[in-house]
Ligand binder design. Structure first.
Ligand code: NAD
Ligand code: UD1
Length: 337
């Protein structure tokens, strides 16, 4: 298929490009490079056969996006472009609503102009909010607790309404759990700007000596070792879920929602121990008070993706930490080296 990829120069987008190109899809990237880099795309090109067309553009520039979409004539769009930091979204709500909502509306207008009926959307398990029960299945109520989460839920609604109005449209809403890891080549990976908020990129910087120790945000949760439990998913598995969703979108119409996780939970201490094993020494850590807004535990019920998308996560925590270490030790400053 001819696939337009917004935000393809970012973390999950770059890994997805490798999988899409590996399956023979033709790709065209639109990215503003607000949080992605052309270097990531250059490296994707070295990992893949096929050519990669890329445009530096803001998805909110509807005229530009429409021109690009009309020229490329995509059969589907994978929509990654957006802002994703929970804390920042509370401080800059207008920017988050503008990029994530205005950007999505702008994309739909460009898709309509180019006659493209399919879109795969990057949503997040954060739309569920406080768990009413676990594991979360797709029927769990949505009650996001941050501006970022609200933008994801609103974008899901907009895309669902768009599909309802167009008999030929197919929308796949993928709710990611905690994406971690890197391509096994070590050529592409997560490249956070500034101090990472998330566990694994922070730990990776502890491993290279850029941070003195991991701060464990609380060890008094009602979990077996007291630290928070999450459903970490390897970014390569996540990338492959997009290829599966694309196949599904070619075969069905309407909007469908899928949890993309492993169904297994790991605690902060388990991730710390696994990373220490990958590095070959005990990484330093200090227990701190709980981080406000954190929940004790969350995992996906990923059975719907297994049955309908015929997709299942195949890589484990060992693969996740090994790939992060390969990437981080070869690129301690990310793409800036
Ligand atoms: P990322 O920041 O690495 O990638 C996003 C890409 O979008 C970047 O390359 C950035 O330059 C680009 N971009 C941002 N604003 C843009 C704009 N206005 N116009 C064009 N391009 C723009 O993030 P990621 O981790 O790869 O996440 C991709 C998507 O998945 C996001 O929508 C994010 O909300 C969602 N998601 C991510 C996670 C996660 O943990 N990483 C979890 C759930 C959902
Ligand atoms: C956060 C976001 C979520 C986003 C996800 C991306 C919130 C409320 N949610 O989820 O929307 O999709 O990132 O992966 O911010 N931890 C530490 N020390 C650290 C960092 C984290 O102990 O330095 C702990 C946290 O308390 C948590 C676990 O590690 O128990 C995972 O945290 P993190 O990677 O930030 O992800 P989430 O909070 O699950």
């Amino acid at each position: 298929m001819r696939v337009l990829v917004t935000g393809g120069a970012g973390y999950i987008g770059s890994h997805t490009l490798v999988e899409l190109m590996g399956q023979g899809h033709e790709v065209c990237v639109v990215d503003s490079y607000a949080n992605g880099s052309p270097e990531a795309l250059a490296r994707v090109q070295t990992l893949s056969n096929g050519t990669l067309e890329a445009h530096e553009a803001d998805i909110r520039d509807t005229d530009r996006l429409t021109t690009i979409a009309r020229a490329f004539a995509p059969e589907a769009v994978v929509h990654f472009a957006g802002l994703k930091a929970v804390g920042e979204s509370q401080r800059q709500p207008v920017e988050y609503y503008d990029v994530n909502i205005t950007g999505t509306l702008s994309l739909l207008r460009a898709m309509e102009a180019a006659g493209c009926p399919r879109v795969i959307f990057s949503s997040s398990a954060t739309v569920y909010g406080e768990p009413v029960y676990l594991p979360y299945d797709e029927a769990h109520p949505t009650a996001p607790t941050s501006v970022y989460g609200q933008t994801k839920r609103m974008a899901e609604q907009i895309l669902t309404d768009w599909a309802a109005a167009r008999p030929e449209a197919a929308v796949m809403l993928l709710r990611y759990f905690n994406p971690v890891g890197a391509h096994p080549s070590g050529r592409i990976g997560e490249d956070p700007q500034g101090v990472p908020d998330n566990l694994m990129p922070y730990l990776a910087q502890v491993a290279t000596g850029q941070r003195p120790y991991l701060q464990i945000w609380g060890d008094d949760y009602p979990t077996p070792d007291g630290t928070g439990i999450r459903d970490y998913i390897h970014v390569v598995d996540l990338a492959r879920a997009h290829v599966a969703a694309l196949d599904r979108a070619a075969a069905v119409t309407g909007a469908e929602v899928y949890n993309i996780g492993t169904g297994r939970g790991s605690s902060v201490r388990e991730m710390l121990d696994a990373f220490s094993r990958a590095v070959g020494r005990d990484l330093p850590a200090q227990v701190m008070p709980r981080r406000p807004g954190d929940i004790a535990e969350m995992q996906a019920d990923a059975t719907k993706a297994a049955t309908q998308l015929r997709w299942k996560a195949e890589l484990d925590v060992g693969d996740m930490v090994a790939s992060i270490w390969t990437w981080q030790s070869a690129n301690p400053k990310g793409y800036r080296t």
